[in-house]
Ligand binder design. Sequence first.
Ligand code: COA
Length: 233
Amino acid sequence: MNERQLKKAKSKIKGKERRAALKAERARLSAAQLLVNQANSLPDPLSKFPSFHKYERNGLSCQLICKRVKEVEPVMMQWAIDLCKRNMRGMYVKSSQGWHEDEKREEMTEDAAWYLFAIDTLSEKPIAFSHFRFDIDYGDEVLYCYELQLEMDCRNKGLGKFMMQVLELMAFSNQMQKVVLTVFKHNPDGMAFFRKCRYETDETSPEDTFEESFDYSILSKSNKMKPTQKTSL
Ligand SMILES: CC(C)(COP(=O)(O)OP(=O)(O)OC[C@H]1O[C@@H](n2cnc3c(N)ncnc32)[C@H](O)[C@@H]1OP(=O)(O)O)[C@@H](O)C(=O)NCCC(=O)NCCS
């Protein structure tokens, strides 16, 4: 075999390898989408876990319920939007995004949204919520936590951590690769809380450069039972 033939044979092998890798990546993506669709088609991803339907600790007594956005009563949605505004408006104003209530409402009411609510047992009023989604993020099947918001007088009683554990349970029992979330760098309490819950900087979190800096970080917790199957293309 002369040099030209050798080069040709090598590039043929490379082409074959690349096509095989592309095929494997396509198969992985469609398997990921299937898992996301399956999770989204559940009537209630929390129903299988009755021991996580209540939180009774540190003076709190509440019920945990999980709903698809279309099942959330308008009054409940308005409370969630108001709580988000009370808790987060200042942080959004400080960020490059700014606070845009209409956009937040639109995001919180999109069809893909799921809600986890904590309802006080005595007053029957909501005291905390998480907006989350089963979704594909950078090619991975994930549970994305868009919001975790607690009323002021319910904080520091372990409820936030418990709600994150519930999200992880719903994510990993539905074979999601990880739980992902975005947190402002100028939210030190939120950042400390998620670090305490063992969330780490995600590989997709943007890194500051000389030209550009970011006022948020992306954190995640991986499903230890599910090693990543990403192919290197
Ligand atoms: C951040 C938030 C969700 C935390 O929920 P919480 O119920 O108050 O937190 P918990 O009581 O479950 O705390 C869990 C752990 O985190 C630690 N923690 C919580 N806040 C902390 C802080 N500011 N600094 C250091 N540790 C903190 C707790 O000490 C606790 O540690 P432990 O497990 O060793 O006991 C809640 O305070 C909140 O709603 N804040 C406003 C909205 C917000 O910033 N949301 C997050 C960004 S979307």
